[in-house]
Write a protein of this length. Sequence first.
Length: 86
Amino acid sequence: MLDLQEEDTVVYTGLMNYYKDDGSSTLSSINNKKVVVSDVPTPLAEARSASNLPAVLAKSKYPIRDPYEWANTYYEGPFVYGGDSI
């Protein structure tokens, strides 16, 4: 759980990698471990479709409530969930 505050930002780097950015030099993982920004994995960087990324993401897009919808909107997909529930 990221325990987000209104001023925090969610960083999504792909494949269910979500981090809390509170403005410090590190990000917090979903299991509350601190990660230096340069060490954060970015598995979708190669698959990112620049044509799908808006110049500026509107604040109304946050918080990300459905990571699959988000990934399908801003990255080449399709992305699907293979389990019984999210």
